[in-house]
Design a protein around this ligand. Structure first.
Ligand SMILES: C[S@@+](CC[C@H](N)C(=O)[O-])C[C@H]1O[C@@H](n2cnc3c(N)ncnc32)[C@H](O)[C@@H]1O
Ligand code: SF4
Ligand code: SF4
Length: 331
């Protein structure tokens, strides 16, 4: 009998990127539709997604999904066109990254290649498309979950996206369950104070160091003091605040810097720390395989010990844990 497949990510996600709309998160580079120069209709987005779900259900695998570890075999088909009572699930996760402008230019940032590393100081429209009309249409046509929806703002940086507040307000008005925001934190966002009373807010801020000099080197702007001031304000709000450190080779990959970062967290009172590695590392190596250097393990050991000592939660992405156990990763 022919096998049948399903993918949880495909069943849940729409990822609005600048040049493509993907049907799972971009780390998988899964099936997508090209949106360069197109004014795309929501019907096309939804039909495409549904046909992918049905395709897997019939046992055919789109070429982008071959070998993906999120692909799962299922015993009996869950969603088929034959049984009208079997419904295709509505997307419950939207990833928003259709803009690449940013008010800094981190040396590690892959997104910045697309914006040619130009630093933008004032909010502006996305260079690619406006998302607000698309979201409004998705709600109007009841094509996405309402109360069970999670929205992830990535980017670029939302602090220089003109339609950011309008988008947030539409989600709030429709009863969004959770809003996750990744930002550099350089510009304080007053809207967070308003929305944290209405929905669960998760904020992820990459600082990548613990002092002004290193910050300038990594983020290429002299905004460490502004960020620290904003972190103090955010830390008083009822939100889930995570401060991230990306290990960049030959730059901040040393215990002294990680120590300064942890001390800063303790001083401000931030309770969740994430230590991760530069995902672009394999890109610059001949065979595209990045072997985790031995000193990374020592840094991880130190970080875990310090977090424990200061009662800070050491958040480790499961995918990264696998990479550390394996000792290498590739593109
Ligand atoms: C592209 S950023 C956009 C959001 C925001 N500007 C920020 O920096 O948080 C989205 C997330 O990707 C992470 N990121 C960017 N480049 C990375 C890299 N080379 N390796 C690991 N994480 C990276 C950032 O830390 C951030 O959490
Ligand atoms: S199987 Fe993998 S590549 Fe395909 S939609 Fe799912 S997560 Fe994306
Ligand atoms: S703040 Fe975010 S989008 Fe901006 S350069 Fe850094 S990682 Fe990239």
């Amino acid at each position: 009998m022919k096998k049948s497949y399903f993918c949880k990510r495909l069943n849940e996600t729409i990822d609005f990127d600048a040049l493509k709309i993907l049907f799972c998160c971009a780390t998988r580079t899964g099936p997508s539709i090209d949106v360069t120069g197109n004014i795309h209709s929501t019907d096309k987005i939804i039909k495409n997604r549904e046909s992918l779900i049905k395709l897997l259900d019939r046992g055919d695998i789109p070429k982008e999904c071959i070998g993906c570890f999120d692909l799962q075999e299922q015993d009996k088909p869950k969603y088929t066109g034959l049984n009208i009572f079997r419904k295709i699930p509505k997307p419950n996760t939207l990833i928003i990254k259709h803009f690449k402008q940013c008010n800094c230019s981190c040396i590690y940032c892959a997104e910045q290649y697309i914006s040619k590393r130009k630093i933008v100081l004032k909010p502006q429209k996305s260079d690619y498309y406006d998302l607000l009309p698309i979201i409004k249409q998705l709600y109007k046509k009841k094509l996405i979950e309402k109360n069970n929806l999670t929205v992830l703002f990535q980017g670029g940086d939302i602090s220089v996206l003109e339609e950011f507040e309008d988008l947030v307000n539409v989600f709030i008005d429709n009863g969004v369950k959770k809003i996750e925001i990744a930002t550099n934190g350089i510009i304080y966002l007053p809207i967070i104070e308003k929305i944290c009373k209405k929905t669960f807010v998760d904020m992820d801020i990459s600082i990548d160091c613990g002092c002004r000099e290193s910050y300038k080197k990594i983020k290429t702007v002299d905004k460490f003091d502004d960020l620290v001031k904003n972190l103090k304000r955010y830390s008083k709000l009822p939100i889930q605040l995570r401060l991230k450190y990306i290990l960049v080779r030959n730059c901040n990959d040393n215990i002294e810097e990680v120590s300064k970062y942890i001390e800063l967290m303790k001083e401000i009172g931030i309770k969740i720390s994430e230590l991760t590695i530069d995902q672009c590392d394999p890109e610059f190596l001949e065979n595209k395989v990045f072997k985790i250097p031995p000193h990374y393990y020592k840094i991880y050991e130190f970080w875990e010990k310090k977090c424990k000592e200061y009662d800070i939660y050491p958040s480790l992405w499961s995918y990264l844990k696998e990479i550390l156990d394996r000792g290498e990763f590739f593109r």
